[in-house]
Ligand binder design. Structure first.
Ligand code: ZN
Length: 374
């Protein structure tokens, strides 16, 4: 009997140890960036989302890219807080309900996109801001019709209705949308007011006068990493450039940019891929910090919809980080909120994901902005 117990104990310990993984420490040096102080209200909002990016995804990426004692760009933002993530019907949210909370300020059921649990359409930030003379842009490394980007411009009761979401994007007031997803679009329609772009060469060549709407679709579904495809960094820099030019005489702009595939790599428990996706996300944050620094009217907020994979950092051994994944699904632990620019100081403490919507409106002083068009 004792021998059996001993055998079970040894078996349990070795089974536990067998799914740990070793990731080498990194020592890259990032281009230094200046952090300034800002006053007043912003006129532009940049919301950067790391899908599935919990604090452990950030920590592991820090250790694997720059080393544990150095800072990524996300670590340099002067204000931070914690966001709760549960949805209306689950302690474990999905991207649709989480993005609905930021876009509309309301909790909804998992898989619902900017509709209430009763399936009533809820106004989104870009829709609310458009009436006040703002333009909006959406960037994602998934299809641009995936749950997170979709919640900012569409209203459906099931996130996988991507063709319906695509058609709602084409008739929405979004000025620029860059991501994947040609599979879901009929690009022969709305040709007179939408400039369709299908490759990175054309994205790099884009110049004024800009079409009323720019829709860049760079892959059939999510964007595969290849030299022919744009990164989150390139798409975000392009969107920022165009939105700032188009709104120079308007109220301002709102840009949501998502590193979508940090989540996908975490579902696959693929740490190396997760870190590669995170690198693009962090470089995007670096570019956004530089944009904020180049003027005094832009607020940058970074958060995540949920953690994915139950990633744990367990130990270190001979130049490696020892990690372990707990699940192939999302988890219910809170995520970080990081901010920079005028108004950034209100995104601190513990907040609900819906609070981020209202804090953005407060930062803009939304209720005092008169109706106008851009
Ligand atoms: Zn996911």
């Amino acid at each position: 009997m004792k021998n059996n117990l001993l055998f079970l104990l040894v078996f349990a310990i070795s089974a536990c140890g067998s799914n740990t993984e070793e990731i080498p420490f990194g020592n890259e040096i990032l281009t230094p960036i200046e952090i300034k102080e800002f006053k007043g209200n912003p006129r532009n909002i940049i919301l950067i989302i790391g899908d599935g990016t919990g604090l452990n995804q950030i920590s592991l990426s820090r250790m694997a890219i720059v080393g544990e004692s150095s800072k990524l760009y996300i670590d340099q933002l002067p204000f931070s807080g914690i966001s709760l993530t549960h949805s209306a019907d689950s302690i474990i949210t999905d991207s649709a309900a989480a993005a609905t909370s930021w876009a509309t300020g309301h909790k909804t059921n998992n898989r619902y996109v900017s509709v209430s649990p009763q399936k009533k359409s809820l106004p989104t930030l870009p829709e609310m801001l458009y009436k006040k003379g703002f333009l909006s842009g959406i960037v994602a490394t998934s299809s641009i019709t995936h749950a997170t980007p979709a919640a900012f411009y569409s209203h459906v009761d099931y996130r996988y209705k991507e063709k319906e979401i695509a058609s709602q994007l084409q008739s929405s007031d979004i000025s620029i949308a860059l991501g994947g997803g040609t599979d879901f679009f009929n690009t022969s329609i709305h040709k007179d007011n939408i400039d369709y772009i299908f490759d990175v060469t054309d994205l790099n060549k884009i110049e004024p006068p800009y079409a009323k709407k720019i829709l860049g679709l760079f892959d059939s579904d999510g964007i595969n990493r290849s030299p022919e495809n744009p990164t989150q960094l390139l798409m975000t820099k392009t969107a920022l450039h165009i939105l700032s030019q188009k709104t120079s005489k308007c109220s301002g702009f709102f840009l949501m940019s998502e590193g979508s595939q940090i989540d996908w790599a975490s579902h696959d428990n693929d740490a190396k891929k997760m870190i590669e996706e995170f690198r693009d996300f962090d470089l995007t944050i670096g570019a956004a910090i530089n944009f904020v620094n180049s003027r005094d009217d832009t607020l940058l907020i970074i958060t995540s919809d949920h953690e994915t994979g139950g990633l744990q950092i367990l130990n270190q051994a001979e130049g490696n980080i020892i990690i372990q994944w707990g699940t192939g699904s999302h988890t219910g632990i809170p995520v970080g909120v990081f901010s920079y620019g005028p108004g950034a100081g209100i995104f601190t403490g513990t907040m609900d994901n819906t609070d981020i919507h209202y804090k953005i409106l407060d930062a803009l002083n939304y209720s005092d902005i008169p109706d106008s068009s851009c």
